[in-house]
Write a protein that binds this ligand. Structure first.
Ligand code: AMP
Length: 285
């Protein structure tokens, strides 16, 4: 595996060489501190492309001033070993100064899908995400790019950006990978104390319960949302930020489950912000 720490020209040269071999290139953008969720994206990319490039970059522009940019867990050496073992072709690991000049002044703003849910509680977050993802697309020029459904709104915001800006890349969504007890894998789970981690199990449990209600015939958004909220509120240490049921394609409000929808939530457990979701009424492909 080639590891390129920051030199964009070096990465572009490597990509040119791979592309000249006629290879389809898959890009997996990450912020590192890799876990099985990230690796599931890598494996899907490996299965669908001749070469896979993984970027590891804790992107400062998607963090708010009071968020955890500095504290965000990092372990580049371990990440490199994991990617090597997965057979990744290139790990691209730039520093902020490699991607942003001090007077960087161009940003990408998606104005509909990114507005509510996490967009409402994290102003500027998706502007930072769209900007860095577009930069990575421009640097790598991937045929396909892989994103997890764990960050469902992010996935749909990126799809919208790609559609609206006619970007020549196929966006591939990948299912949420969970711990055996149901907690969705996240680099931020390392922040949780033992008791917080226990309380965090309510996220998946509340969604599972609502899914069961849906499977028994409940179609009302209000009832399903209230069911999740009630389950979460049983855990005194959790603070609910939002529970919402939205159209899965454009995240618009919906009062009834008729098309595919996402039941999404964000909570705070102590100082840690966690998100989770489940898709209901999915059309099987
Ligand atoms: P991050 O490093 O948190 O920015 O995540 C990088 C990519 O991995 C994003 O597309 C995430 O949605 C995806 N991802 C993170 N956690 C999971 C998970 N538990 N299951 C599936 N994908 C995930």
């Amino acid at each position: 595996m080639l590891r390129i720490d920051g030199c964009i020209d070096e990465l572009r040269k490597a990509v040119r060489e791979i592309r000249n071999g006629g290879a389809g290139i898959g890009l997996v953008p990450t912020m590192g501190y890799l876990h099985e969720g990230h690796l599931s994206l890598v494996r899907k990319s490996r299965a669908e492309n001749t070469a896979t490039i993984v970027s590891i970059f804790v992107n400062p522009t998607q963090f708010g001033p009071n968020e955890d940019f500095d504290a965000y867990p990092r372990d580049l050496e371990r990440d490199t070993r994991l990617l090597e073992k997965e057979g990744v072709d290139v790990a691209f690991c730039p520093a902020p100064g490699d991607l942003y000049t001090a007077d960087h002044s161009t940003f990408v703003t998606e104005e509909a899908v990114s507005r509510d849910l996490c967009g409402a509680s994290r102003p500027g977050h998706f502007r930072g995400v769209c900007t860095i993802v577009l930069k990575l697309f421009n640097i790598v020029g991937p045929d396909r790019a892989y994103f997890g459904e764990k960050d469902f709104q992010q996935l749909q915001v990126i799809r919208r950006m790609v559609r609206d800006l006619n970007l020549p890349v196929q966006i591939r969504g990948c299912p949420i990978v969970r711990e055996p007890d149901g907690l969705a894998l996240s680099s931020r789970n390392v922040y949780l104390s033992a008791s917080e981690r226990q309380a965090a199990l309510a996220l998946n449990l509340s969604l599972k319960k609502a899914r069961e209600q849906f499977c028994s015939g409940e179609k009302s958004a209000a009832v399903l949302v209230e069911s999740v909220r009630k389950e979460l509120e049983k855990e005194e240490t959790l603070r609910v930020e939002y529970v919402e049921l939205r159209d899965a394609a454009d995240l618009s409000l919906t009062s009834k489950v008729e098309k595919p929808v996402v039941l999404a939530l964000a909570v705070r457990v102590g100082k840690t912000r966690l998100i989770d979701n489940t898709i209901l009424n999915e059309v099987s492909s």
